[in-house]
Design a protein around this ligand. Structure first.
Ligand code: MSP
Length: 476
């Protein structure tokens, strides 16, 4: 039987700082969906990487007195290490400074837009936020400042090439409305539709080479460099070989997982580029909310930063995956603090899953000396999740099963019953078999989220032996 293909991408992150927990979260979501689709039997390609042709990186490198390429190399390594530590298994890590993998496709994209007549020369007079790498208008600002970065944008007056984004507005609106380009959740679909309703303006797609240090030269005009977002969005296909042989283009179209901060680029500019280039549109754009801490954006000066590596050292990999996937609302903004993470860790893992596994397996090791009937993962277990992406809810439901099982053991006290009255032995065995079976289903449900924990539980059941403590108590 021919396998379905599934292609999932993270945004490519700016390597101008150590990985943020939000970036870890997006990548983790993609890892989970990759694992789900593999369990469904699909052939999966999972892309992540870094967005490197940007002034932000040059400025961050300067601050540390380093060459941009050396600086980026260091940051890229920290991203790769983090993914390794988090058990994230991607198919490719693309870097847009890669002149062999990425540049030919970005150049090919430019040429296609140009051949279509969608690129023209113009003057840009206006604002630009380097933090966002975005052209801004006065109405985007609050008190004259970028609301995301809190800085005043730069005033530019320069000659640029423009992309005819405005002419694609009606078509994009149509395809989002009729669902051929799926936007999840639906309130984000509404949000982008109302933006399209107001109409899109043409957008600068290049910057004068003299004003930006870094970037891909515009084909045929070395005095200009491509606008970083035009180049960055193209990564989703250059990674598959677009512009250099197209070896893996069979995976396209893909699903883009992004934070709400960059929805506009993905749901308006990117589809317009693809339409102009005569390429198929993405299958879906899945948009998650932002993670904040203690009601505020995380920042070093506020001291509320949650470093994903610190989470791993405190809770372990599997628990870190769980805490982020379960307690960050998949679609809404979420507030996490160390206090709350500690509480969830203790309640859900130490006293929840960990305790249940220990209870059931201690009993079964003692009283059951036969094999538990085989319980296989139920057919179609991941289908729903594959459609809704409600990872948090899936885990919430799984934890309700854990609590249910725990409660029934507490209530029935099968071990005490058996001790007091041997005649009840048969009842206890039956309950225990049920308990072990329940645990086995839970372990299957945990596979994409906590792969090692799932494996440990399944192994313990198979060997009928209590495993080592899964989640040690925190020593505060
Ligand atoms: N380089 C662009 C993306 C180009 S994609 C063609 C970019 N990079 S970024 O480094 O700023 O990453 C933004 C993404 O990181 C968000 O869309 C989100 O996926 C993730 N997050 C960064 N901070 C976040 C939070 N505080 N909360 C949740 N996720 C956020 O934009």
């Amino acid at each position: 039987m021919k396998k379905n293909t599934f292609y999932i991408t993270t945004p490519i992150y700016y390597p101008n700082a150590q990985p943020h927990v939000g970036q870890a979260y997006t990548t983790l979501l993609c890892d989970v969906m990759t694992r789900c689709h593999r369990l469904m039997g699909d052939e999966v390609y999972f892309l992540t990487g870094t967005d490197e042709n940007t002034e932000k990186v040059v400025r961050a490198a300067e601050k540390e007195g380093k060459e941009p390429s050396e600086y980026m190399q260091g940051i890229v390594e920290t991203f790769k290490d983090l993914y390794k530590n988090l058990g994230i298994e991607y198919s490719q890590f693309i870097r847009t400074s890669d002149e062999i993998i990425h540049w030919p496709g970005a150049i090919e994209m430019w040429k296609r837009l140009q051949e279509r007549g969608d690129i023209y020369k113009g003057e840009y007079h206006g604002l630009y936020c380097v933090g966002c790498e975005e052209f801004k208008t006065e109405k985007d600002l609050i008190d004259g400042k970028c609301p995301i970065h809190g800085t005043e944008p730069e005033r530019l007056s320069e000659e640029n090439y423009f992309f005819r984004l405005s002419s694609y507005t009606p078509r994009i609106k149509e395809i989002i409305e009729d669902g051929s380009l799926l936007i999840l959740p639906s309130f984000r679909k509404q949000e982008i539709l109302s933006l399209l309703e107001r109409g899109l303006e043409d957008i600068s797609f290049s910057r004068p080479a003299g004003n930006v240090m870094w970037g891909i030269p515009v084909p045929g005009d070395p005095t200009q460099k491509m606008y970083v977002w035009m180049d960055a969005l193209t990564n989703y296909i250059t990674a598959l070989g677009f512009g250099r042989g197209e070896e893996d283009m069979r995976f396209w179209p893909g699903t883009h997982v992004v934070g709400k901060d960059i929805l506009r680029f993905h749901a308006a500019i990117w589809p317009a580029m693809l339409l102009s280039a005569g390429l198929p549109l993405p299958q879906a754009i899945v948009v998650h909310g932002m993670i904040i801490s203690d009601g505020k954006k995380m920042s070093k000066s506020l001291g509320n930063v949650i470093d994903p590596n610190e989470m791993i050292s405190r809770y372990g990999v599997e628990a870190t995956r769980y805490l982020l996937l379960r307690h960050v609302n998949t679609f809404e903004d979420s507030d996490i603090t160390w206090e709350r993470l500690d509480e969830w860790y203790e309640a859900d893992l130490v006293n929840g899953l960990g305790n249940l596994v220990a209870r059931i397996l201690t009993l079964s090791e003692k009283y059951l000396n036969r094999n538990i009937e085989k319980i296989e993962p139920s057919e179609g277990m991941w289908d729903e999740l594959g459609k809704t992406y409600r990872i948090d809810r899936f885990l919430e439901y799984t934890w309700s099963l854990i609590q249910g099982l725990d409660r029934s053991i507490t209530k029935d006290e099968p071990f005490k019953v058996a001790k007091k009255d041997p005649e009840n032995g048969a009842k206890m065995i039956a309950e225990l078999i049920e308990g072990v079976g329940g645990l086995r289903s839970i372990a299957f449900a945990l596979q994409p989220f906590m792969p090692d924990t799932s494996e440990k539980i399944l192994k313990a059941i198979k060997e009928n032996k209590k495993p080592d403590n899964l989640f040690p108590r925190l020593d505060v």
